[in-house]
Write a protein that binds this ligand. Structure first.
Ligand code: NAD
Length: 522
């Protein structure tokens, strides 16, 4: 058990922890209530789970795609039927508001299942690729399941993120073994329980619980693809472990989303977008707004409105009240917020609102807005993953773009402008996997579009038809369209055939017009 993970989970809840190396206790971050405990699974158990998944995958892959889709839809129906159960647990174990549990987790999972079962027959159908030169041959790409897909996931969207990858893996004909975050294992087990109780093949989708070592064991257990979502530091270790074993992997890592507010933007909508995009799930969102670059012409008005709206937010226990802001997952996340806020204030930033924990049971941190920030402050450069929105005034869009791109991360970015064309032109210059114009967070629930980062935010993509195909091995089958009695590429190599090729090179690829090149033949 690594020290970091140990420290982190020991702090989760009331402080009265009962963690041992064999069991993990899950506490509600809003109250400290003990919700349950799960085993820490060792390497042998993980290997056995993967072996069972592999055996189940054979029969699953042999089913026609339409039948696999029909079963995945049965899972979706069961999830929708039991949505309130899932929402209740998300509000408890994750401390997130019930609206977010429903809209950001359950609804997105249902949509992903509905969307990918609809498009899979087309997306995974054999595809002919036209050959531009070798017209006598025909090439077709076939998408075949990889085998067992490993999924390692974080705690901030403990239902949506893993099930997104599991569902896509299953539709593509794979088995899936999920290692959920040690902080939110009960949600993953609820997803598994719904799968089993819907009468679906138990071994095909399995959950292995534990700390990082259990995740490391999953990578070492003979999986064919890993989809990892988590922090940059862990991602580096996980990518290295995959590289060591030559396992293809998708890395969905941290973010530091910039928000560019242009001079012509509508203040009210922009302010509401910032407050929602920065404080949903208490800012514990990889695509949360983590830094605002506001044009100086509107900076003060925008800041004033953001502060007003922030003060209106209602914070509390989401499992007993209708709140906008829920709990923080564990105390270390609040320490991180404190550290960056203190650094910013020490370097001249102004604390407009928030900036402290709420006393009493549970872990709550006031939504915080800072102004007068700049890139010498860690609050503008390091991922915070908490309810903190730092503002910086800029003289031009050029300056905002340069600052937005001055980051080691590049997951999401946002541009707000009253002129759609202008917003788009700015967006096209921001270095990020996705840039939204005049909206926030929305691409997390856009299954058609590829989701993922550049720079240290990771590589590979989830969602989109391309990512569904990435769940497969691509088999290129090339066959003849017509018989060729003599093949000029084959033996014997003669002077005559060499000269023919030499002429061919000039005609096909030489300079000048096609006519000139053809003339050179005679
Ligand atoms: P984390 O990196 O601490 O843990 C992620 C998962 O990796 C957990 O299940 C953990 O047990 C496991 N793990 C730890 N060490 C491992 C090892 N050596 N081998 C295999 N698995 C190991 O991340 P977290 O704190 O749970 O989540 C927060 C981070 O996730 C943030 O940085 C956030 O930006 C990022 N995130 C990214 C996305 C995205 O789509 N890009 C989405 C959500 C969260």
């Amino acid at each position: 058990m690594s020290q970091t993970v140990n420290e982190r989970t020991q702090g989760n809840g009331t402080g009265t922890n009962g963690h041992s190396k064999t069991m993990i206790q899950s506490h509600a971050p809003a109250t400290g209530e003990l919700l349950g405990e799960v085993p820490v699974m060792g390497a042998d158990e993980v290997r056995a789970a993967v072996a069972r998944a592999r055996a189940a995958q054979q029969a699953w892959a042999a089913l026609p795609l339409e039948e696999r889709c029909e079963r995945v839809l049965r899972y979706k129906d069961a999830i929708v039927e039991r949505a309130d159960e899932v929402v209740d647990l998300l509000a408890k174990e994750c401390g997130k508001p019930r609206h977010e549990a429903l809209a950001h987790e359950v609804m997105i999972v249902a949509d992903i299942a509905a969307y990918f079962t609809k498009v899979a027959p087309h997306a995974l159908a054999p595809r002919e690729i036209p050959l531009h030169m070798l017209k006598h041959r025909k090439s077709v790409l076939h998408y075949t399941p990889r085998g067992v897909v490993g999924v390692i996931s974080p705690w901030n969207f403990p239902f949506q993120l893993p099930l997104r990858d599991v569902i896509m893996a299953l539709i593509a004909g794979n088995a899936a073994v999920l290692k959920p975050s040690e902080v939110t294992p009960l949600i993953a087990l609820k997803a598994k329980q719904i799968w089993d109780e819907a009468g679906l093949p138990a071994d095909l989708f399995q959950v292995v619980t534990g700390y990082g070592a259990t995740g490391a064991a999953l990578i070492d257990s003979g999986i064919q693809l890993l989809v990892f979502t988590g922090g940059v530091a862990t991602g580096k270790r996980v990518a290295a472990a995959c590289g060591e074993r030559l396992i293809p992997c998708v890395m969905e890592l941290g973010g530091k989303a910039p928000f560019i507010a242009c001079a012509d933007t509508d203040i009210e909508r922009t302010a509401r977008g910032i407050v929602y995009g920065g404080f949903a799930n208490s800012g514990q969102v990889c695509i949360a707004i983590e830094r605002v670059y506001a044009h100086r012409e509107i900076h003060d008005r925008l800041l004033t409105r953001v502060v007003e709206l922030t003060k209106e937010l209602k914070m509390g226990d989401p499992s007993t009240d209708w709140v906008d802001i829920g709990a923080i997952i564990f105390p270390q996340q609040m320490d991180i917020a404190d550290k960056h806020i203190q650094d910013a204030v020490a370097k001249g930033a102004r604390l407009e609102t928030g900036g402290k924990r709420k006393p009493g049971p549970g872990q709550f941190y006031e939504p915080t807005v800072l102004s007068g920030c700049n890139h010498s402050m860690s609050v503008m450069t390091a991922e915070i993953f908490g309810p903190v929105i730092p503002f910086m005034s800029v003289a031009s869009d050029e300056e905002a773009i340069a600052l937005a791109n001055e980051s080691h991360l590049g997951l999401n970015a946002y541009v707000f402008s009253g002129d759609r064309g202008h917003g788009r032109r700015v967006a096209e210059r921001v270095e990020a996997g996705s840039v939204l114009v005049n909206d926030v967070l929305l691409n997390g629930g856009m299954p058609e579009a590829p989701f993922g980062g550049i720079k240290q935010s990771g590589f590979g993509r989830v969602m989109s038809d391309d990512s569904l195909r990435e769940m497969c091995d691509v088999r290129h089958v090339n066959e003849e369209r017509m018989a060729t009695p003599v093949d000029p590429f084959w033996f014997p190599y003669t002077e005559k055939s060499y000269k023919l090729f030499r002429k061919g090179l000039g005609v096909l690829f030489g300079g000048g017009s096609v006519l000139d090149r053809l003339k050179s033949l005679f």
